[in-house]
Design a protein around this ligand. Structure first.
Ligand SMILES: C[S@@+](CC[C@H](N)C(=O)[O-])C[C@H]1O[C@@H](n2cnc3c(N)ncnc32)[C@H](O)[C@@H]1O
Length: 210
């Protein structure tokens, strides 16, 4: 998702109370943002933020950090929530290729929602569920590694299931049609609302590794 340039995006990002600008100084100490020891969940590629904002409101005892690489996208999330008070939510504008340099042993759950599919084989290492990224995630988890992924893209889903299991993750839940198999308490993303309303099945997998 790359929106056209949004006027004033940079200024809005820099002045938002939700944005963490000094994230490179917080490695191993992200809990200081929230002043508590609650679990930290991150969504990588949060887009305009519906999923992470709704999660943060529903689960006040979990801290949420949304990660998005484009100013023009993250600014849309800021515009939606700036007037609200959601103390357990922060956003970071960064490319997740350096995620292992940002967090260390402090994340409980990673959400990958409707990640870019990068359909060409030569770009497979850019997929957020590729082995390359799984290696990067290894050092960010506090203990048990826990990832939840949703997508409408069958090819990306099959690729991801293979990568996850090859990398030693255990499948805790796998669903080939979130809307017809009655997944409880599902919070949709923007992309999910769009594709499910057109009748496309939404795939979901939850995995963990000790
Ligand atoms: C297809 S959109 C999905 C957005 C949202 N998760 C949803 O489901 O509605 C994928 C998003 O991931 C972001 N993204 C892709 N690769 C990324 C990376 N390496 N680091 C951070 N964000 C990334 C894109 O900019 C885009 O906004």
């Amino acid at each position: 998702m790359r929106l056209r340039n949004v006027r004033g995006a940079k200024e809005k990002i820099e002045s938002s109370k939700y944005i963490v600008l000094n994230y490179q100084e917080l490695k191993g100490n992200f809990k200081s943002l929230f002043n508590n020891d609650n679990p930290i969940h991150i969504e990588i590629g949060m887009g305009k933020g519906h999923f992470i904002v709704e999660n943060a409101k529903r689960y006040p005892n979990i801290n949420f950090i949304g990660i998005e690489k484009f100013d023009s996208v993250i600014v849309r999330a800021i515009e939606k929530i700036e007037a609200e008070n959601i103390p357990n939510l922060r956003l970071i504008r960064m490319d997740a290729t350096t995620i292992n340099e940002v967090f260390e042993k402090e994340i409980d759950t990673v959400y990958l929602n409707f990640s870019d599919p990068w359909p060409k084989v030569r770009h497979a290492h850019r997929r957020l569920s590729s082995k390359k990224f799984l290696q990067r995630y290894d050092t960010i988890f506090k203990g048990n590694k826990h990832i939840i992924m949703k997508t409408d893209n069958r090819h990306l889903f099959e690729f991801s299931v293979q990568e996850f299991t090859d990398y030693g993750y255990k499948i805790d839940k796998l669903c080939l049609d979130v809307y017809n198999e009655g997944i409880e308490n599902n919070i949709p993303t923007e992309y999910e609302m769009k594709f499910s309303s057109k009748g496309f099945p939404i795939y979901m997998i939850e995995i963990s590794k000790i």
